[in-house]
Design a protein around this ligand. Structure first.
Ligand code: AMP
Length: 475
């Protein structure tokens, strides 16, 4: 069974309780979370009696139209947007996953990665369970259905205690919304409310991976779902329980580096603040004599503003991004060098000609993008290109929900910084230190971070992905 590569998903989740147009709020929430996954999206609603689902491949705005949303009309809703490396059969794995269980109909939407899903799945299959997808999330559904606990909230808590890894998830039943985070709080999950409409008694409670979704809904951010917490919103109001004691928090630092939107509050801190501080810190750690600071848009924008402010070197948008690039594009027969990057980015010669450039991006993964962009900047006349990266070298894959390639493909796991500089063709290359990154993200104030992708020290003990086993485990 080869499913591990399909486990690495980047996703966004949203949940609404209760609103006469819950399906539309979920749709808007997903639109705001589109950057967290562009492969498929889905919404499940409840009208108080039965659940209805619609999911499909593609972008949120293409999947849902007036007709589809009318067919989903409900007062409770959950939604999911997903990116994964899965191929043709990906619709099978699209979420939310909906099932009829002995505790009623339920649906679940999950951001993260369960690192013991394979082991649990093998055990359950040995006992006769039949799985319909190859997503780790389905394991949770089976555990809930098989739980000896009598009530749905107890069965969910029981199931959550049995899984290990990263999960921020929302669930829907006929009359309830559930929201939970894993005990280490790897992935974000925020809770907020929308003031009650005229004639309604209670506020609408909303959950989302990032608070940028609340801003679009007009909702107010209240707090994060806490690590190890299960929040239940039902006819009796809001209740909360800690289904598991929480070990040291290890929230994903890469959410602040790259993944989340800068206008979101993630782990209690505005992402823009962290990125600006990363750029400032990088300017102090790795200064260089240069004429302009240029971001790789959009991922390098905020850190480049910070670098420019701290160094006094002017900020210039000398790379322009075309935001309308789909998943595939027809290439002319006589292939164009660096076609993929050129579809997305173009350089402004009049800004770059004869200039010593600080080029700022958030990360180098395989190194192929940086190599092409450095070439593009040089071809546009730059005299020197000094690459600056607003996080440490990425040396280990993520098993907690971020899509990173295997160690073999991670350039920093296999080459020294000088070798990487030569490979990408830059005059100099420097990364932000881990201490500098943690400081920029205000580690210790509201959260402590997982930085396994930079250290190889994974915060969970037992996992079922072979590749991770030889790697050191830290508590
Ligand atoms: P690479 O060519 O593999 O070195 O890709 C580096 C680029 O990918 C950088 O511009 C990053 O902003 C971006 N990036 C980093 N991590 C991810 C990720 N998990 N998913 C998608 N893009 C990423």
């Amino acid at each position: 069974m080869q499913i591990s590569d399909k486990f690495r998903e980047e996703c966004g989740v949203v949940a609404i309780h209760a609103h006469p147009e819950a399906e539309k709020l979920a749709y808007l929430g997903l639109h705001a979370l589109q950057h967290r996954g562009q492969e498929s999206a889905g919404i499940v609603t409840s009208d108080g009696e039965r659940l209805r689902a619609h999911k499909s491949m593609g972008l949120v705005a293409d999947i849902f139209n007036e007709e589809v949303l009318t067919s989903l009309r409900g007062i409770l809703a959950i939604g999911h947007t997903r990116y994964s490396t899965a191929g043709d059969s990906a619709l099978l794995n699209a979420q939310p996953i909906m099932v009829q269980s002995n505790k009623g109909a339920i649906a679940i939407a999950h951001n993260g990665n369960l690192v013991n899903a394979l082991a649990i799945r093998a055990k359950l299959e040995g006992q006769g369970s039949i799985f319909q997808t190859n997503s780790d999330t389905e394991v949770l559904v089976h555990l809930i259905a098989l739980s000896r606990e009598q009530t749905l909230p107890d069965a969910i808590a029981d199931a959550l205690r049995r899984v290990e890894g990263a999960f921020s998830l929302v669930m829907i039943s006929r009359d309830r919304i559930f929201a939970a985070r894993d005990p280490r709080g790897f992935r974000p999950l925020a809770m907020g409310h929308l003031a009650a409409l005229t004639g309604e008694k209670k506020d609408t409670v909303v959950f989302a991976s990032e608070t940028c979704a609340f801003d679009l809904l007009g909702a107010t951010y209240e707090r994060d779902v806490k690590p190890g917490e299960l929040v239940i919103v039902g006819p009796e109001g809001i209740s909360s329980r800690f289904y598991s004691p929480s070990p040291a928090q290890s929230s994903c630092i890469f959410e602040h580096v790259y993944f989340s939107r800068p206008d979101s509050i993630v782990f209690g801190r505005t992402v823009d603040l962290s990125r600006d501080a990363m750029g400032r810190q990088l300017a102090r750690e790795a200064p260089v004599d240069a004429d302009i600071v240029v971001p790789v848009p959009d991922s390098g924008n905020t850190a480049a503003i910070g670098y420019s402010a701290e160094s006094g070197i002017p900020f210039r948008l000398a790379l322009i991004r075309n935001h309308y690039v789909g998943r595939t594009f027809i290439e002319p027969q006589q292939s164009v060098r660096d076609f993929g990057v050129k579809l997305k980015l173009n350089a402004i010669r009049s800004l770059l000609e004869g200039k010593r450039v600080v080029l700022l991006d958030d990360s180098i993964v395989r190194g192929t993008t940086s190599k092409k962009i450095v070439r593009m900047i040089r071809n546009a006349g730059a005299k020197e290109v000094h690459m600056r990266i607003s996080c440490p070298p990425t040396i280990s894959p993520c098993f907690y929900g971020v899509d990173t390639p295997s160690k073999k493909q991670l350039i920093a796991a296999n080459k020294s910084i000088d070798e990487i500089r030569d490979y990408i063709g830059a005059d100099s290359l420097a990364y932000l230190s881990l201490e500098g990154l943690k400081k920029a993200c205000a580690e210790g104030e509201k959260t402590t971070y997982c930085s396994a992708c930079y250290t190889g020290h994974y915060p969970t003990k037992w996992v079922d992905v072979e590749e991770i086993q030889p790697v050191q485990v830290s508590e």
